[in-house]
Design a protein around this ligand. Structure first.
Ligand SMILES: *Cc1c(COP(=O)(O)O)cnc(C)c1O
Length: 393
């Protein structure tokens, strides 16, 4: 049976795949089984921070594989401790819990917020406010946190205790806080799956101040925005705020599964021995790879990210077939005249991989995508947006 048919027969139906089998990749280029070359502007959904098969990352990962691949969290391992140390030094956060995915990083954040509020204010303060149009994961609890009904409807009842406020509407958040006993507010500084929309600066700053006054925790879900993606190490750093809990995953491991939940001085000692855990969390191979990724997300790289971002904005704004460009850094959403899905399909045929988010074409290239490849990809995107727009009319 050919691979596409076997996939259809044996893999659960949860993914609508593009008709491409990837067999090899190097940097921001990858190759289909038919030998076709693609410029990758999705990076495995913001995961391959330095593209495919980055040499330094391979060295870090294989070095660790050759020592040992896993042990339980009952023993000390160097990569996981050093990675936690580096995360704390680079962010000012105080302690880290490692898991394997974004959803798990958020689960840990939610558990911690509930426990914090229970200790400080009593067990009734368990509500978490999230924003409409947010995305926080696929587990029953992180689905409940996700402020989009479409994701909820087939899986009820979800975990209770989540309420949704309108994004960029501080009064609405305050209203929810006055109506419910709230432990925390959780935000993505740039809503990814919701359509690549950066939150307003005044909203985020105002929210942060208000929550500090009320001793309600601010959780930043940096699963997609984290690790250099938005042009700062973490998305919240664009806003000059200091969240109490930060969750991240995707780009942290550079291609291997790794989630991290970071705690500040308020939250670092909330979880105690036996309260939370993960068999695979902080896997030494993933952490060795992540160390190599994180140490290279420095000011020079971030400057490059912002430069490329500016280039893309300049190229795409006022370009035919494009209505708007949103997002920050190399996490961008392009609102197209033709349906985003049509544009992405055409671009793939022309050898460039993009993603969608709601009604937008989403760009999440590797942070080190070479300028020449980026220019080529953007040229094709512009051409396809123009052509498909003409066909749409
Ligand atoms: C992808 C994503 C998640 C879920 O991460 P998984 O690793 O798929 O569990 C959670 N929050 C945000 C903002 C995301 O983009």
């Amino acid at each position: 049976m050919n691979l596409f048919d076997a996939d259809k027969k044996y893999i659960a139906n949860t993914y609508a795949r593009f008709p491409v089998q990837i067999v090899k990749g190097k940097g921001s280029l990858c190759y289909g089984a038919d030998g076709k070359e693609y410029i990758d502007c999705g990076a495995g959904i913001a995961v391959n921070t330095f593209g495919f098969c980055d040499e330094e990352w391979i060295k870090a990962v294989t070095g660790q594989i050759n020592s040992f691949q896993h042990t339980s969290n009952l023993y000390y391992t160097e990569p996981c401790v050093r990675l936690a140390e580096m995360l704390c030094e680079k962010t000012g956060m105080k302690k880290i819990f490692f898991s394997n995915s974004g959803a798990e990083a958020n689960e840990c954040a939610i558990k911690t917020a509930r426990k914090y509020a229970e200790e400080k204010k009593g067990g009734k303060y368990f509500y978490i406010v999230t924003l409409k149009n947010s995305f926080h994961g696929r587990t029953i609890t992180t689905l409940a946190a996700t402020g989009q009904d479409v994701f909820h409807k087939d899986f009820l009842p979800l975990t209770e205790g989540f309420i949704y406020a309108a994004a960029n509407d501080l009064d609405d958040v305050k209203k929810k806080i006055s109506e419910y006993k709230v432990a925390a507010v959780m935000i993505e500084t740039v809503q990814g799956e919701g359509g690549v929309n950066a939150l307003d600066e005044s909203f985020v700053k105002g929210l942060s101040e208000y929550l500090k006054e009320k001793d309600i925790l601010l959780i930043c879900d940096e699963v997609q925005t984290g690790n250099g993606r938005t042009g700062k190490l973490y998305g919240y750093m664009n806003y000059g705020i200091e969240p109490d809990i930060v969750s991240t995953a995707k780009g942290l491991g550079g291609g291997l599964p790794l989630g991290a939940t970071m705690f500040n001085e308020k939250t670092e000692n909330v979880l105690k021995a036996g309260m939370h855990g993960s068999t695979f969390g902080g896997n030494p191979i993933s952490c060795a790879g992540a160390l190599c990724i994180l140490k290279r997300i420095d000011d020079n790289l971030l400057k490059e990210v912002n430069k490329k971002s500016e280039y893309i904005f300049n190229q795409l704004k006022n370009s035919e077939g494009i209505k708007s460009v949103t997002g920050k850094g190399l996490m961008l959403g392009v609102e197209t005249v033709a349906p985003a899905g049509t544009v992405v399909k055409k671009c793939l045929e022309e050898g460039v991989m993009f993603l969608t988010a709601k009604n937008k074409v989403r760009l999440l290239p590797a942070l080190n995508i070479p300028e020449a490849l980026l220019e080529k990809a953007i040229k094709i995107l512009k051409k396809v947006c123009k052509e498909t727009a003409e066909e749409t009319v």
